[in-house]
Design a protein around this ligand. Structure first.
Ligand code: GLU
Length: 446
């Protein structure tokens, strides 16, 4: 790492003890932007990087609620408003027992550059809670969401901070959160939250956007290498919103997805994942993956407690959670003939894993770029809400596709410009950083 950047990184470590995921996210960006400082001394002079690493505002709050037995439960809520140079803070809410400040800050930090890369007017933020929705009834989830919003509402707004979903927060939770915001504020402020249902101000394609966008991005990486998804064997991790719509689009593009996973294990289905069955089990019944193999019969096997990355594939789409592909997994994948990776999740590959992929010449699409379709379509939802309009599915998907192809091209061009051809990690970090840095420079000392 550049000497100046390494002392900035040491300061980040000192000021944010124990937040390992945040350290990892900062390190990856700082390792990429050394060459930018050579060309732009003004960034260092005005301490842009030090400022970017410090969130503008961090909110931590108590979330009390009662479960179905009448027992009082206490969770912790977070919203980190990281950077508003490009627009209102924008980023999802994650409800998962692993959530603590370090996770929210890593996600918020990544979101700044991801949102910059989309070219749309959105700043970076993220929030969530250590609440675990698994096994909770709809009523419990509603009471939790209402209590969470009863504090959060005072910090957000269409022009201030616009949350959305992430792990554990989907259509059901967004509905309860928006309902409570509307009730407390007495404002039908559609643009305060995205990922809304189509019945009350949501946008076409938002549900599908992260997965579809990631498939478009990888399609473009493959095309840049003179090939395509057609006939390729693909493995996807996860079976939530991102995984499901990644599978859907890859099947439309001619690929064959043979595996997906959840926290209990993975399913191998050589004929290709049956998407209707997967949606029924995961989205309607909220069940586990072993049920998929049971119902699919002889076609599929469920492998309990093992990593999906042992399944040989030509294209890998990690769509579950952070740090799910280790250096060792990556080495196995490369050995099995993997030629492309598209990160649908945020930071699913460890630094060791990324190194293995880049050294092996794998086309590696980092989450900041490859999964930006979700937040980009959120910005399109805000645009439709602001103009009190709603677009067709076809038009919205066309916009998403254009945005993803544009992000792809800019990553490649930027990597070329800095003498690192084909390095999408460097391209994404540098392009995202420059956009935010230039806006911050123009705005004075903020
Ligand atoms: N949670 C998603 C992400 O990681 C979407 C955020 C949004 O739509 O605001 O980008």
């Amino acid at each position: 790492m550049h000497e100046k950047l390494s002392s900035i990184y040491d300061n980040v470590l000192r000021r944010n003890p124990g937040e390992t995921e945040f350290h990892q996210a900062v390190r990856e960006v700082l390792e990429s932007i050394g060459p930018v400082l050579g060309k732009h001394p003004e960034y260092a002079e005005s301490k842009i990087i030090e400022r970017i690493c410090e969130p503008e505002r961090q909110i931590i709050f108590r979330v009390p609620w009662t479960d179905d037995r009448g027992e009082v439960q206490i969770n912790r809520g977070f919203r980190v408003e990281f950077n508003s140079a490009l627009g209102p803070y924008k980023g999802g809410l994650r409800f998962h027992p692993s959530v603590y400040l370090g996770i929210v800050k890593f996600l918020g930090f990544e979101q700044i550059f991801k949102n910059g890369l989309t070219g749309l007017p959105i700043g970076g933020g993220k929030g969530g809670s250590d609440f675990d929705p698994k096994g909770r009834s709809d009523r419990e989830v509603m009471r939790f969401c209402q209590s969470f919003m009863t504090e959060l509402y005072r910090h957000i707004g269409e022009y201030t901070d616009v949350p959305a979903g992430d792990i554990g927060v989907g259509g059901r939770e967004i509905g309860y959160l928006f309902g409570q915001y509307k009730r407390i504020t007495n404002r039908y402020e559609s643009g305060v939250i995205t990922g809304k249902g189509l019945a009350y101000g949501g946008a076409q394609v938002r549900t599908e956007a992260t997965g579809y966008g990631c498939a478009f991005f990888v399609d473009e990486m493959l095309k840049a290498r003179g090939t395509s998804f057609d006939g390729r064997r693909v493995a996807v991790s996860g079976s939530g919103n991102v995984a499901v719509y990644t599978i859907e689009k890859i099947e439309q593009l001619g690929g064959r997805v043979v595996a997906c996973s959840d926290s209990s294990g993975y399913v191998l289905d050589e004929k290709g994942i049956d998407l209707d069955l997967l949606k029924q089990i995961k989205q309607v019944e909220r069940g586990r993956l072993d049920v998929y193999a049971e119902r699919r019969g002889d076609n599929a096997t469920f492998v309990a407690g093992r990593s999906v990355w042992e399944v040989p594939c030509e294209v890998a789409m990690p769509s579950a959670t952070q740090n799910e592909i280790t250096g060792r997994d990556a080495a196995v994948m490369v050995g099995n003939g993997c030629i492309a990776v598209g990160e649908g999740a945020n930071m699913p590959t460890t630094p060791e894993g990324i190194k293995v992929f880049l050294e092996a010449g794998v086309a590696f699409g980092p989450g900041k770029a490859a999964n930006a379709g979700g937040v980009a379509t959120s910005a399109l939802e805000m645009q439709q809400n602001a103009s009190r309009d709603s677009w067709t599915f076809e038009f919205s998907e066309h916009r998403l596709e254009e945005i993803m192809r544009d992000i792809h091209d800019r990553c490649l061009q930027t990597a070329d410009e800095y003498g690192m051809p084909g390095d999408y990690v460097a391209g994404a970090n540098i392009d995202g950083f420059r956009r935010v840095a230039d806006a911050m420079l123009a705005l004075g000392l903020i």
